[in-house]
Design a protein around this ligand. Sequence first.
Ligand code: 5GP
Length: 192
Amino acid sequence: MKKGLLIILSGPSGVGKGATREKIMANNDLKLFYSISMTTREKRPGEVDGKDYFFVSKEEFERNVKNGNLLEHNTFVGNSYGTPKDKVFELMEQGKNVLLEIDVNGAMQVFEKLGHDLPVSIFLMPPSLKELEDRIRGRSTETEKAIEERLNRARKEIKEKDNYKYVVVNDKLDETVRQIHEIIENEIKYSS
Ligand code: 5GP
């Protein structure tokens, strides 16, 4: 059976990765499966354990790192995030296309492990830094210090965008989703 694709969606915090991902996932024709990450971050209102993330303690996260259970992992604004490995490979073996929504550092780890050409990598850009700041502040679930850290991190992440095969500017969500859908559809076509 033909293996599924590994698709990496990155982009700075606040750029709209979550909303983009949800809309793309809603479309069944791409046979997409979302890889649920593990995190030590506090649950935000409305988030569901086992759907948005596996919310775990620092100890449990460290155990998973030690046991080699994570494909990649990173610390982001004081919290740890990582991709459970087995599930990803299992789904790909079944011919399913797996979507990872991870930060730039995590993406680099995947490139190092699996090679640069294997994952279909997509970087989501904000229309401007000002727009990004407004979006992060608009969400306002965090302290000023955490917001500043996310903004600093965003500036650094944007510098890495050329490491990705595709860069998409998220101005209007529907148009962004259309572009990403087209990218994945073409990649599926070329991989057969
Ligand atoms: P948030 O706290 O806003 O949900 O996520 C913070 C950042 O962590 C985002 O850039 C998000 O893409 C990234 N992230 C989420 N899951 C993972 C993961 O499993 N690995 C890595 N490296 N980053 C992740």
